[in-house]
Design a binder for this molecule. Sequence first.
Ligand SMILES: [Zn+2]
Length: 328
Amino acid sequence: MPLTNQQIDQIEQIYLERRNRAWDEAERKRAAIEKAVPEFPRLEREQAELRGRLIEAKRGGSLRLAAEIDKQIRAQILMKETLLQEAGYTLADLEPRWACPLCKDTGYTDKGKCVCFRPTLVSVLYHDSALWDRVNEESFDNFDITRFDTRPDVANLGGDSARNVMVKNLRAAKNFVKNFGSRMQNMLLYGPTGTGKTFLCNCIAGTLMKEGWAVVYMTAVEYFRLLADMAFGRSEQTIEDLMDSTDLLIIDDLGTEIETTANLSLMEETIDRRMNKKQSTIISTNLTPDDIRHRYIERIASRLLCYQTLPFGGDDLRTSLRSRRINL
Ligand SMILES: [Zn+2]
């Protein structure tokens, strides 16, 4: 599908914003490091000088001098590392943290378009360029299992604890990512608000997007609005485009949409279409499997309940985090 000039501009703008964000963050870190380790700028200057002298020594053929300077540089690096470590930083903190390290957020490598280009394009087509930012905030790397309650949750988890269940959910999410592309996988994440469903969806989405998979992430309300727009020709894209261009479709908060006969038939059509094309879908919802049985027609409910179901429970993490902050 050829891109319009407007879409090309939008993609360039997204990459520019990502690069600027990474540079700004690195500069902020550097300022914090220089404050915490006052000797740091001097060490950096000395190291630059030594590197200059090393090049000169090599050019002049003084191998013994070059080896001596090289030794001094290594000692300098070690000293810098130690000082940083004592202040709670590492040398890597000085480097920009790219959303995509492969292309340093340019969209291109020397082999052509980077793997991140297609997921970025899809996020432009479906007006969700902020998805990259969200998935960078919430990833498997910063998933903190200790935030989950160890007390039994009878109402939502049959007496198991949120932490126990989350360990299993995390394993299922990592397997989902590992097996992605080799087979169709569908997941239904259900449980009360604020129990980690969206976080886990973001972890999965981010990992897959960085591997080059096209992920579309929408709330149920946005999803049904888009489907209706597509069905009535009010969108540039068609339902077929959406289905064909999306390796993983994530629908958040199913059950918050306004239910109409048209919605239900669009939903059924898209579930079937994705199943037939062996394309994966993740749905998160506050509805329990029983609620789903009651709310949706049998044809839809039975398909959704065939998905791999992951229960969520425990305290609302957003509330418990707020109260913990207040207590501090
Ligand atoms: Zn890239």
